[in-house]
Design a protein around this ligand. Sequence first.
Ligand code: AN7
Length: 359
Amino acid sequence: MSRKKDWPGVIEYYREFLPVTDKTPLISLQEGNTPLIPAENLRRELKLTPRLFLKYEGANPTGSFKDRGMTMAISKAVEAGASAVICASTGNTSASAAAYSCRAGLKCFVLVPEGNIALGKLAQALVHGAEVIQIKGDFDVALKLVLEIVEKHPVVLVNSLNPYRIEGQKSGAFEVVDSLGHAPCYQCMPVGNAGNITAYWRGYKEYKEKGRSESLPKMLGFQAEGSAPIVRGEVVKDPQTLATAIKIGNPASWKTAEAARDESGGLIDMVSDARILEAYHHLASLEGVFVEPASAASLAGLIKLQQDGYFKGEDAARDVVLILTGHGLKDPGRAIEEVKPPDAIEAELGAVLSKMKLE
Ligand code: AN7
């Protein structure tokens, strides 16, 4: 059994796999070591054949998987003598960058698409003291602007185009193998800017090369239907989805996502917003796991593939790991819209018992 109490964070724990030296200052919030939760209720209720595990990345310090990459990117920025960092973000990257930057004493600039960032994420970036710049444009425009800025100014890019982000994020794959004792047969995950699928695939390959696992999973990535450039094979000009985290029309790591798909024998498919919401409710009500909508794309995709008869033969009963990338509290607006909060009643025993249908 791992003992959370002693967990040092992903850089220290996986040091031999990461580009750090004794001189690298470690900026960590003890990220990683997230739970791998068996999901028997989902399996039974939805008649899913594979054995299901939920990698709950919402349990990271800022509530998303971004912390794995951010501990690396910020540590290396400090090592290089940086004084400021910048990212474009649909929300989670900015929340994570803001938290790690304030810990490191770095100035943090974030460009976010106005009206398309979940409230929890915006609150995090602001509370951690980042300079939040809302632009009247989408994520793809924000990233383009950021890339122009870092070319001419002494500000370090901490989007996943920063190679240290991918290095840190591959620790998610290491943990899945360490928890299961082997690589899963399949891994389902949402795909937005495509850094995470790139990172997981690299992680699984490196672990196998180093003899820590004997096999590789098939990588199954899912985009939202209205925001599915990789599936459609072309940039999406005006991406649409309620899963704002993956509302991205021109992913930065497009090519490496395709490589992960093809080398692993997996696929990248798309799921509708309706299916995403359905999966969001299943995770919350059947397993007690609250995720943000983008993360529910993992389960929505699995359900779709199961219905399409994708899982065949012996593989149909093997392990599937769903990467649940962000916490449900990130997007309280969506949650409240989904479940109508109750009206207040009189503060009186009879009224409460009546409400409970216990009179
Ligand atoms: C919850 O924060 O792009 O395919 O700027 O927040 O690696 O981009 C977030 C992406 C999935 C997609 N799930 O991961 C950002 C940002 C959640 C996310 C993704 C994101 P990538």
